[in-house]
Design a protein around this ligand. Structure first.
Ligand code: GDP
Ligand code: IMO
Ligand code: MG
Length: 425
């Protein structure tokens, strides 16, 4: 039995897609457990790039089964677009894609509410969401008025829940946000067209997954976003609306914690963040600009420039703790190739006192001054290096520093976007 969970250890976009694709090759099943099409997971194989928002990053390996679990919120438009994109690339998902009958749908009104809510927030309070309707969809799930996949495939039930929601959402849109509402008939007709296209994929994935685990199959679980965007443990309220941390894998798939053996934290060799909210090591100077340029730091979902800064070891150690990360996959080490000196944050100064504990309250995080330790750069190209021994001493020292500080082993080192340019130690 082998169940491994892959989580983002920072603010998302750490390179989860690349590592899931790589490790997916040796898996029977790859499963997503939370988030939705706010995710953008990039995979590069022999120069060809794919970006997945909903379908697990194992889909490009023939024979691997892919599950979208109950914890994911699914926009059928994004899902069908992705299925059709795969078809164009010669990948047929029939018999390989399985969607939980308990997963909730993202409806057109969720996207309108997402935009309206962001616009209505006071100055400085907008979250900077991806606009994919994620928050409002999870809101309905918790409020017990959401529409699930099992409701979609039952037309009478779907219509009844949709009707109630349209009445409520139109009131909110017009009275609270002074925005246009939605039309019941239009949505009902649109979703009637989606129904036969999606229904064949809808199954009891909880049962499927637990049977697979009991049969000793190898399961790889793919997180979206990252620990610091976690609704409970992240920099609330500047977070997403799900639990991207390891615990979310159990609730988002219906598997017991005791099944999980390996927890891999995908960690960028520096830090980035899209959207608003605290980012203690953010660089506003030419060094930050250089990280953005060298790392091509523009969002895979929205195209927004990512905010960039040095590796924050205080935040990473916190992430290792709350996720139980026992292996780190260090990505984009090659992006640091031309930096003479590379800094890492080893403690925070908060209100005059120094701490190595990550505070999650916004007033503290807003006033945090990162205490940086400067390490030597390697000043040569790491691009494409596939063996640990071939790394220059300064790169090995950087890796050793991260291991010592966090207590987690750096098992994988990624040296280019390509699937194969990865060191496995
Ligand atoms: P995810 O959301 O965690 O899957 O990450 P994204 O796909 O949003 O962003 C990661 C970006 O970095 C993508 O464009 C990847 O192709 C790229 N990438 C991944 N690993 C490496 C690496 O080791 N080096 C470089 N230069 N780029 C990488
Ligand atoms: P992957 O899986 C980076 C951020 C948004 C915003 C906040 C809330 O590719 O790492 P939401 O639309 O979820 O309500 O937005 O979360 N965000 C991400 N940032 N990578 C992601 O996914 C993200 N998904 C959401 O920018 O700050
Ligand atoms: Mg991404």
């Amino acid at each position: 039995m082998s169940v491994a969970v892959i989580v983002g250890s920072q603010w998302g976009d750490e390179g989860k897609g690349k590592i899931v694709d790589l490790l997916g090759i040796d898996s029977n099943i790859v499963a997503r457990f939370q988030g939705g099409a706010n995710a953008g997971h990039t995979i590069v194989i022999s120069g060809k790039q794919y970006v997945f928002h909903l379908i697990p990053s194992g889909i490009l390996t023939p024979g691997v089964k892919c599950i979208i679990g109950n914890g994911v919120v699914i926009d059928p438009i994004a899902l069908l677009e992705e299925i059709s994109m795969l078809k164009q690339h010669g990948v047929d998902v029939t018999g390989r894609l399985f969607i939980s009958h308990k997963a909730h749908l993202i409806m057109p009104y969720h996207k309108l509410l997402d935009a309206a809510n962001e616009a209505a927030r006071a100055k400085g309070q907008a979250v900077g969401t991806t606009g994919r309707g994620i928050g409002p969809a999870y809101n309905d799930k918790c409020n017990r008025c959401g529409i699930r996949m099992m409701d979609l495939i039952d037309p009478a039930n779907f219509e009844a829940i949709l009707r109630t929601n349209v009445v409520e959402k139109n009131k909110i849109l017009s009275l609270l946000y002074n925005a246009d509402g939605v039309d019941f008939d239009e949505i009902n007709k649109q979703f009637a067209e989606f129904r036969p296209q999606i229904a064949p994929f809808v199954v009891d994935t909880t049962l499927m997954l637990n049977h697979a685990i009991a049969n000793g199959e190898s399961v790889l679980i793919e997180g979206a976003q990252g620990a610091l965007l976690d609704i409970d443990h992240g920099t609330y309220p500047f977070v997403t609306s799900s639990n991207p941390t390891t615990g979310g894998a159990c609730t988002g798939l219906g598997i017991p914690p005791t099944a999980i053996k390996t927890i891999i934290g995908i960690t960028k060799a520096y830090c980035t963040r899209v959207g608003n909210g605290p980012f203690p090591t953010e660089l506003f100077d030419e060094t930050g600009e250089k990280l953005r340029k060298n790392g091509s730091e523009f969002g895979a979902t929205t195209g927004r420039p990512r905010r960039c800064g040095w590796l924050d070891l205080v935040a990473l150690k916190y992430s290792v703790m709350i996720n139980g990360i026992n292996e780190i996959a260090l990505t984009k080490l090659d992006v640091l190739d031309t930096f003479e000196k590379i800094c890492v944050c080893t403690s925070y100064r908060v209100n005059g006192t120094e701490t190595a504990d990550f505070p999650v309250d916004i007033p503290s995080l807003d006033t945090v001054k990162p205490v940086l330790t400067s390490l030597n750069g390697w000043n040569c190209s790491l691009a494409g290096i596939r063996s640990y021994d071939a790394l220059p001493p300064a790169a090995k020292e950087y890796i050793a520093f991260i291991e010592k500080f966090t207590g987690a082993k750096v098992k994988y080192v990624s040296t280019s976007p390509d699937r194969n340019d990865t060191i496995v130690r």
